[in-house]
Design a protein. Structure first.
Length: 295
């Protein structure tokens, strides 16, 4: 068999492997939280948007929720200030909030442009639009006030359903309003979790800078490809998971408990990691599911 025929056959096998997943998730909503290194690398940006575009074109209903922490910090420094963090959360005064809203808006429009270049209608909004994300001021456990950082109290998905029904790809910046209509920055992981629950997503995908979940991060043989929420919550209680993975793991379990059928942690540094996870039998990240649902 000629080399080009072998390559063509391999591609055909990949498409056949993807077929049952395309059939299963046709017209289903998938929320993609886009952040980490994948946002700062031009090639990875294009890879992520290409993945989401393909999902849309084969019948999924994707929604992107993006971060922008590195760009916000860069713009804060341009004003002569230094970004401040307490326990991983950005201290956000009024000036920093204005910068964050500006930067997140720029990020949204860039992602819209990339999607439009691939032939998909996209529209950027923030959690302020259509009263999508309602928040209250987030305080640290010891009561420390970190400024205009919000904790989502509720989500109204009507604007997202309207956009999906009109064949748009929604791209959401994690900003919300409190009961007094003050603007707050929201952790993008938390915003994605709240949105996924509100729209009844079949899948929530977190793109991160790690391969997924490990029982012992120093031992690469301890990688976990599938885990129930009960097992994940036990790992949290036992203190097995810590650092930056802890809040992400909590968001994963909360999303599944809130009705999202599958939650995935993927390495956004791997090109097309979304497609590898969703359309192949093996996958490439960690998947969370309800304890009594093993399909």
């Amino acid at each position: 068999m000629e080399e080009y025929q072998i390559e063509a056959q391999r591609k055909a096998e990949v498409l056949i492997e993807a077929l049952p997943y395309i059939q299963r998730f046709n017209r289903k909503i998938i929320v993609v939280k886009y952040g980490g290194s994948a946002m700062s690398d031009e090639k990875l940006q294009k890879s992520v948007i290409a993945d989401v575009t393909l999902l849309k074109l084969v019948g999924f209903k994707p929604i992107i929720v993006h971060g922008g922490g590195k760009e916000i910090s860069s713009w804060v420094r341009k004003t002569g200030k230094e970004a401040q963090f307490i326990k991983g959360l950005r201290v956000t005064d009024e000036e920093t909030m204005e910068i964050a809203e500006m930067v997140l808006g720029r990020v949204s429009k860039k992602l819209v442009t990339m999607a439009e270049e691939l032939g998909v209608k996209a529209c950027s909004i923030s959690g302020k639009d259509g009263s999508l994300l309602h928040v209250k001021k987030k305080l640290l456990p010891d009561g420390t006030d970190i400024g205009f950082v919000g904790e989502v109290t509720s989500a109204d998905p009507k604007i997202l359903f309207d956009m999906l029904d009109n064949d748009y790809l929604p791209i959401v910046a994690p900003i919300g309003l409190d009961e007094h209509f003050e603007t707050y920055n929201i952790n993008a992981d938390e915003a994605a979790c709240a949105i996924a629950k509100a729209v009844g997503a079949d899948k929530l995908v977190y793109l991160t800078d790690v391969e997924g979940l490990y029982r012992n991060f120093e031992d690469k043989t301890s990688f976990i490809s599938r885990i129930s929420v009960g097992e994940a919550e036990e790992m949290i209680r036992d203190g097995i998971v810590g650092g930056g993975m802890l809040p992400k793991l909590s968001n994963c379990t909360e999303a599944v408990r809130g009705g999202v059928k599958r939650v995935h942690i993927l390495d956004g540094r791997i090109p097309h990691s979304i497609l590898l996870e969703i359309f192949t039998d093996k996958g490439n990240g960690t998947m969370f599911y309800m304890d009594d649902d093993k399909d």
